[in-house]
Design a protein around this ligand. Structure first.
Ligand SMILES: Nc1ncnc2c1ncn2[C@@H]1O[C@H](COP(=O)(O)OP(=O)(O)OP(=O)(O)O)[C@@H](O)[C@H]1O
Ligand SMILES: [Mg+2]
Length: 135
């Protein structure tokens, strides 16, 4: 996939990086012709997950990909870190659950704002969360 302009990986190590992820997701959503409402849903979900990657995962990356399934287009964003991982994913997904004094709405909110949501995590190894929004 290297060199494919429709697939880009961005680092997430600082608040500035999170701003960049937000900007890239917005730009790509505009390029794909998403409505303003859908752009904002995707940017908001990506922002929450990028923040988790940084604060809980100790930093990582975001992969932004364009999907084209039988002519239906979408954007997929995959967040990955090599942090502590999540011991109880079901608990972490619950509205209001936070291990660090947050609101506990990041994961559940991102899921609600997306059409597809996948989370995989192993304690001591890291976390991968991907979301898809179809046009
Ligand atoms: N990448 C990650 N690595 C490790 N733990 C994570 C990761 N993402 C989420 N978690 C765990 O899942 C919990 C819930 O995440 P969620 O984003 O819903 O809430 P929060 O980050 O605590 O608060 P906020 O509402 O501010 O986002 C976190 O408190 C944390 O324990
Ligand atoms: Mg969060």
């Amino acid at each position: 996939m290297n060199g494919d302009p429709r697939s880009e990986t961005l680092p997430i190590r600082s608040s500035d990086d999170i701003v960049l992820v937000r900007q890239h997701v917005r730009t790509r959503a505009i390029q794909e012709g998403f409505s303003l409402v859908d752009q904002t849903k995707l940017v908001t979900a990506a922002s929450e997950l990028a923040r988790n990657t940084m604060t809980h995962g100790g930093g990582g990356s975001a992969l932004i990909e364009t999907l084209n399934h039988n002519g239906r287009r979408g954007l997929k964003i995959t967040f990955e870190d090599k942090g502590p991982g999540i011991a109880d994913i079901e608990l972490a997904m619950k509205d209001g659950y936070t291990s660090r004094g947050g609101l506990g709405l990041g994961l559940s909110g991102a899921k609600r704002l997306s059409n597809e949501f996948e989370i995989a995590s192993n304690t001591g190894q890291g976390t991968r969360v991907s979301i898809v929004r179809w046009k």
